[in-house]
Design a protein around this ligand. Structure first.
Ligand SMILES: [Mg+2]
Length: 331
């Protein structure tokens, strides 16, 4: 990009220094220098959003800026980390100042909400794509991983499932809804569960964020923890918007479950926890005005029709056949 264009971008991304955030050197040198307090470890995650693959070319730039950070913060939450810093690499076909201003407004609205500081980045010319790398801090003994779920643990999620996937179907016009807006909002203005993660570090045995669908993301925990699971369809939390569409006959209950299980784009946390610790967690969450929903249990190997299944779905305690797929970028 030309010098002039570079200056324009600088203007949008250069922001006043936030003193208490451990940034020794921020934007303006070859690297950012960040302070890691003793007893803490650095959690680092990177996500790319590519035009035409992860978002529609005509997406609202405010929402794109917001979501490009939100998906990264969701990964930090899934590890039990507190979000601290972020770097942003942005490839733009041309400089459109109105677009750039809106993108930054969305990005920094979320960054400011969680006191996350932009510490570096890169700008290039080319097809529109956004790569965000978020960094957080987590206490050495409190990291939430995928490999520690125990047989007998309860499986919980942080919020209603399926709305993001319904929002995507509504945008692709493969679903007709009475009121598509709450679903599109769920898809584009996803809320990273950093507040809940703060409580989970003391109680949960494993955790992941649901980006590719409940069944696929849960299967990562089951594989790494070497256990099995049973999910009760009648316990899956569905939003009021989803229940309204079911009532109107636009979505069947079975479709709603499919969206909840295989849809993806929910960015809720999925975690396992002992029954005893779940009671303590619920007391803590009540005080914070937060909630979680138990949807199943971690089990020992189970046979269904003489076949081993890592994941079994039940309805009113009876096993039901349900396809679990999830999102695979290379399929
Ligand atoms: Mg993740």
């Amino acid at each position: 990009m030309s010098k002039g264009e570079f200056d324009i971008i600088q203007r949008y991304f250069q922001r006043p220094k936030n003193d208490d955030n451990g940034v020794v050197i921020g934007i303006g040198d070859d690297c950012a220098i960040l302070d890691i307090p003793q007893d803490y470890q650095l959690a680092v995650t990177t996500d790319s959003l590519v035009s035409g693959v992860h978002f529609f070319e005509d997406v609202d730039p405010y929402r794109l800026g917001y979501k490009s950070l939100a998906v990264n913060l969701s990964d930090l939450a899934a590890m039990g980390a507190t979000a601290k810093w972020v770097s942003l690499a942005i490839t733009l076909p041309s400089i459109n100042e109105v677009w750039l201003a809106e993108f930054c407004r969305g990005f920094f609205a979320l960054a400011d909400q969680y006191n996350v500081q932009l510490v570096g980045g890169d700008t290039t010319k080319g097809p529109l794509s956004i790569t965000v790398s978020a960094k957080g801090l987590v206490k050495k003994t409190k990291v939430l991983t995928r490999n520690n779920a125990k047989v007998g643990d309860i499986i919980c999620v942080s919020g209603s499932l399926g709305d993001g996937a319904v929002g995507l179907s509504a945008k692709l016009e493969s679903l007709t809804l009475t009121n598509p807006q709450p679903f599109i909002d769920a898809l584009e203005l996803t809320e990273p569960r950093l507040a809940l993660a703060k409580s989970l570090v003391d109680h949960a045995s494993s955790c992941i964020d649901i980006s590719d669908g409940l069944s696929q993301d849960l299967s990562h925990i089951l594989k790494q923890s070497q256990c099995y699971a049973e999910i009760a369809l009648d316990k899956l939390p569905l939003s009021d918007a989803m229940l309204d569409e079911i009532k109107s006959g636009n979505i069947t209950k079975q479709q709603a479950w499919q969206f909840a299980i295989n849809g993806g784009d929910d960015y809720e946390l999925l975690f396992t926890i002992s029954a005893e610790k779940l009671i303590k967690l619920r007391l803590e969450l009540n005080k914070l005005n937060l909630s979680c929903f138990d949807i199943g249990t971690v089990t020992q190997q189970q046979l269904v029709n003489e076949e081993t299944q890592s994941l079994v779905f039940t309805y009113k305690k009876q096993a039901v056949a349900l396809k679990s797929t999830g999102w695979d970028h290379f399929k």
